[in-house]
Design a protein around this ligand. Structure first.
Ligand code: GAL
Length: 671
């Protein structure tokens, strides 16, 4: 049986002592205590140090590292080391080298150079993981397993012959017999019919556009192939160490891997957070909310963030003073119960030697970055007893679907300007500005707990999704969806009988034509009634919409569909379904989001100045913890809700009004 995990807020870093002489390790332990580190991720890239030749394992160094951590009361997030096979293995099994779409084999000499469907890779990875699990099963330092590292990061898909065989097997399980596959992929088009499973190929480079159904299934297959790699390891770990939680570090909203389908196989969701300095705070908030939502609000972890500069952007400016702390506290504000960095000690050589670390090349605790990383360490330790395990309760959700993402962005027409994640993020930003809690959910998720649901650009409706949305609205929910929704089924085949297909009745509209605009084309939405009354810019997309029961709240100002509906609402059962037929300005999106939330009775946590973010976590005893984060450089006034509060960071009492300094955070427990 697993115990609740974690029992305190985790704070730490990727730790790579194998890059250093052992004389440095003791100094690391001292410095970790100064920074209040309580967990480190180790062994991520150590396969070559653990298996020196086929089946010749050596664990002496890892034993010493684990011992040292245990002695110092620092927990190990022990990685399985399978992200980078040793050089001898790459030489022995050249079939393991991944192949790109245009047929190039990728060599070793960096990392992640394996095909996820390689039998040799999987066999050797499984064997290594069993050795590790059996060796450290009782070790006092072992707190969590860290499977592999950032699945799919460098090799998003492989197109080798081994993958072709595995793809056919995957398709056979999905379609059982060939006519079904032909039907799903619409192979009557362009003479693409299959007469033998052997003829089915990965969607390699072709003279003209690939079959969209095949492309889509390949994305699914690749996400599943990586998941199989993960599960192969996780199954071994669960068998040998059933009480130790398992994680693998995700890469935020990462298109190649459908994290919704992975989440149930993972005990603790963790992810790597690498914003640019220009990334707005709401975008980091979106990333946290997505991760937290993957397991229905169970606290997640930031597995990696950088304490200073990165090394893999075109230019890598430092994080400005105060940002590390604010970003760390923002993670906790959005439901995380742990924040770790990449990495502890800055490498002397290798491709990441200019990636910052808590301990810089200079080697001491005297520098700005170390001191700035140590501050949240102390603060998280202080707030942990009052915060760990508490939950965010959202009344608003945004629907996001990886399959829709894959389909909408592999479209031979009608527009290459459609970016699914951008649409999701636009609506997230509009809601975030209201300081409401937001979940990000899959379209088949039970929506009954939400007052407002926004499902942007839901081009693909998989089986059952339309009915799920209908159930939600008729029971009293408020739904908003946007242009180019309800167009195709799960095989990317158009739903006949008029757009928006299965949503036509729910939305009470018929879309006769959609009109993707080129750069520079635009229009306006005119709204006659309050509270949205006004004229708003719109771009990207227009539509010819006919009302079939819905009411037009806004109309297009110009073009051949001038006066035609641009924003509609339809009553259905106890609820309402809104439709936006274009990409509206941020201003209109924000006002709409506010109107929907107010009408639906969503609790807005606090009205604060722009750039100030407010979240709330609820503890199991019912008491609430408010997080107020000022992302601005200048101070901002805050009016607190009714009641008295204790600041968990400094013990001071607050009520009614206060002023929060620029780049500062307040964490207030309701009395
Ligand atoms: C991550 C990776 C780490 C390190 C880091 C540098 O993608 O998991 O191993 O490379 O980036 O920013």
């Amino acid at each position: 049986m697993q115990k609740p995990f974690p029992s305190t807020i985790l704070y730490g870093a990727d730790y790579n002592p194998e890059q250093w002489p052992e004389s440095v390790w003791q100094e690391d332990m001292r410095l970790m205590k100064v920074a209040r580190v309580n967990i480190v991720t180790i062994n991520v890239f150590s396969w070559a140090l653990l298996e020196l030749a086929p089946d010749e394992y050596t664990f002496g160094q890892l034993d010493r590292i684990m011992e040292m951590l245990a002695e110092h009361g620092i927990a190990a997030d022990l990685a399985t080391a399978t992200a980078t096979p040793p050089t001898w293995m790459s030489r022995m099994y050249p079939d393991m080298w991944p192949v790109t779409r245009d047929g190039k084999r990728l060599s070793y000499g960096s990392r992640q150079h394996y095909c996820p469907n390689s039998h040799d890779y999987r066999r050797k990875a499984g064997a290594l993981v069993r050795r590790l699990a059996e060796r450290y099963r009782e070790h006092p330092a072992l707190a969590m397993w860290h499977v592999n590292n950032e699945y799919g990061d460098h090799v998003k898909a492989c197109y080798c012959d081994g993958c072709a065989v595995a793809f056919r097997r995957w398709l056979m399980a999905r379609y059982t017999w060939l006519p079904e596959l032909n039907d799903a992929w619409s192979t009557s088009f362009w003479s693409q019919r299959y007469f033998d499973w052997e003829d089915v190929m990965p969607p390699r480079l072709t003279p003209a556009g690939n079959n969209p159904g095949q492309m889509l299934d390949y994305q699914r297959f690749m996400s599943d192939s990586l998941l199989e790699c993960y599960r192969l390891e996780a199954n071994v770990l669960r068998e040998v160490t059933p009480a130790i939680p398992i994680t693998t570090n995700f890469i935020v909203a990462f298109k190649p891997v459908d994290y919704f389908s992975w989440a149930r196989h993972i005990d603790v969701i963790s992810f790597d957070l690498y914003p640019r300095n220009t990334t707005p705070p709401w975008e980091n908030a979106f990333r946290h909310d997505l991760m937290r939502s993957l397991k229905n609000g169970q606290p997640h972890l930031v597995m990696e963030q950088t304490p200073g500069q990165l090394n893999w952007m075109e230019q890598n400016p430092h994080k400005r003073p105060g940002r590390i702390r604010l970003q760390s506290l923002q993670a906790v504000a959005h439901g995380a119960d742990g924040v770790l960095y990449f990495q502890w000690r800055q490498s002397q050589g290798g491709a990441e030697k200019f990636h910052s670390a808590i301990v810089p090349h200079e080697g001491s605790e005297r520098g700005r970055i170390f001191r700035q990383a140590a501050q949240p360490g102390a603060e998280l330790e202080r707030i942990a007893p009052d915060v760990v395990g508490s939950r965010i309760r959202a009344e608003v959700a945004i629907v996001m679907d990886w399959h829709n993402w894959w389909a909408v962005e592999y479209l031979p027409g009608p527009s290459d300007r459609l970016r699914y994640l951008e649409q999701v993020k636009r609506w997230y930003a509009a809601l975030h500005g209201l300081n409401v809690a937001i979940d990000i959910v899959a379209p088949e998720h039970d929506l009954s707990q939400y007052r407002v649901v926004i499902a942007p650009l839901l081009y693909m409706l998989k089986a059952g999704v339309a009915q799920n949305l209908e159930r939600y609205v008729t029971a009293g929910g408020t739904l908003l969806t946007t242009f180019f929704s309800g167009i195709v089924d799960e095989h990317d085949r158009v739903t006949l009988g008029g757009y928006p297909g299965e949503l036509r009745k729910l939305l009470g509209i018929y879309v006769e034509e959609f009109d993707p605009w080129t750069e520079g084309m635009s229009n306006e939405v005119i709204i006659a009634d309050e509270p949205l009354r006004g004229k708003y810019a719109c771009d990207l997309w227009g539509e010819v919409v006919h009302l079939e029961g819905a009411r037009a709240l806004g109309v297009f100002a110009r073009d051949y569909y001038a006066h035609g509906p641009a924003l509609t609402v339809n009553r259905s059962g106890e609820g309402r379904a809104y439709y936006v037929a274009t990409q509206v300005s941020d201003e209109l999106a924000s006002k709409l989001a506010r109107m929907l939330c107010q009408q639906a009775g969503v609790e807005l946590l606090m009205e604060v100045a722009e750039g100030v973010e407010v979240t709330r976590r609820a503890r199991s005893d019912g008491r609430k913890v408010y997080f107020i984060l000022n992302h601005n450089d200048s101070p901002a006034p805050v009016t607190l809700p009714q009641g008295r509060f204790t600041s968990l960071l400094d013990g001071l009492d607050f009520s009614e009004q206060l002023v929060i300094a620029g780049r500062d955070a307040l964490i207030l427990l309701e009395k």
